[in-house]
Design a binder for this molecule. Sequence first.
Ligand code: SF4
Ligand code: SF4
Length: 382
Amino acid sequence: MNASAPELPAPIGLLAELTHRCQLRCPYCSNPLELDKRSGELDTATWRRVLSEAAALGVLHVHLSGGEPTIRTDIVEIIAHCARTGLYSNLITSGVGGALEKLNALADAGLDHVQLSFQAVDKANAERIGGFVNAQAQKMAFAGRVTALGLPLTLNAVIHRGNIDEVDRFIDLAVALGARRLEVAHTQYYGWASMNRAALMPTKADVDRSIQIVETARKALEGRLLIDLVVPDYYATYPKACVGGWGRRLINVTPSGRVLPCHAAETIQGLEFWSVRDRTLADIWTSSPAFMAYRGTDWMLEPCRSCDRKERDWGGCRCQALALTGDASATDPVCVYSPYHARIKTLAAAEASVNAKSTYVYRSFSLGDRPASAGSPAGDVS
Ligand code: SF4
Ligand code: SF4
């Protein structure tokens, strides 16, 4: 830990990416472009050890994610181990494939919460965005079973140009399905979303309209539905405290066991990521070069170094700084004080224009080998 942040807090959350396999092929998927194959995934015993180490380290919440985590044949055992070790388990799922068949067993094993993604409310649009036929009926059935089992349900809607006209319908859907929470999360441009940015970027006017719809609904539905809103970085004035600050609150374990400060951190060339195959989670949290690289404030350059917001947003997102300026140590260009700020506003406006590219490169284990217009009932499950 550096001199400007003398006390290292315990991480609060563990993002456990159990697999990169997924039936859907969303063009905004936050997974890396180079996906981990099934043959490289951690086995059940290693995940059990990682979860026990996380609990000992002080982690409170485990977000079981992917890919689609219910593809794992050991998902019930993994959730049971969360319950045994006192970890609050949140299943982040698309609700398709075998998810419904496993749900009763997952609840019996002690699952605490379900976060279910919808690509759109309109069925045809959902299938086009997710690149998967007949997902919507499976998602509806899955949501019904979640609430019937008494599990708290959050709906997740990633918003972009292809579904921004459906924000009011997402809210109606969340109410109809008995969700307690709805995440209206504008796309963050990492991973596959970065590759598809010109096809996903909404206009500023549409973003403003979506925010207004959410604010009106929040008042009307107070006490019934909590609506979280993640605004799009490219239209913001200041950056978010990405993952609560680098190496401060979150640990991300990839399907093959690499441990990251955030899910996009591997885009930063030269960082050394340690693996749970070789070291304990506590060792990695305290001493991994990747976690140390941007923890605290000593690494900051100007204007962050002398800014009074530096312990609020921790300089924003390192991966975005790299992607947009070529320097991971630079001020996140979302920030109005960044010399690149005006440039990203111009870029967003250009990509959101009616003439911008509108076909998707779908998420795939083999980048670019599938036609952008094709839906597939099988998806990437290999
Ligand atoms: S492809 Fe879609 S459903 Fe699958 S992990 Fe990515 S965002 Fe989630
Ligand atoms: S200059 Fe740096 S610390 Fe200050 S608001 Fe911008 S990103 Fe945050």
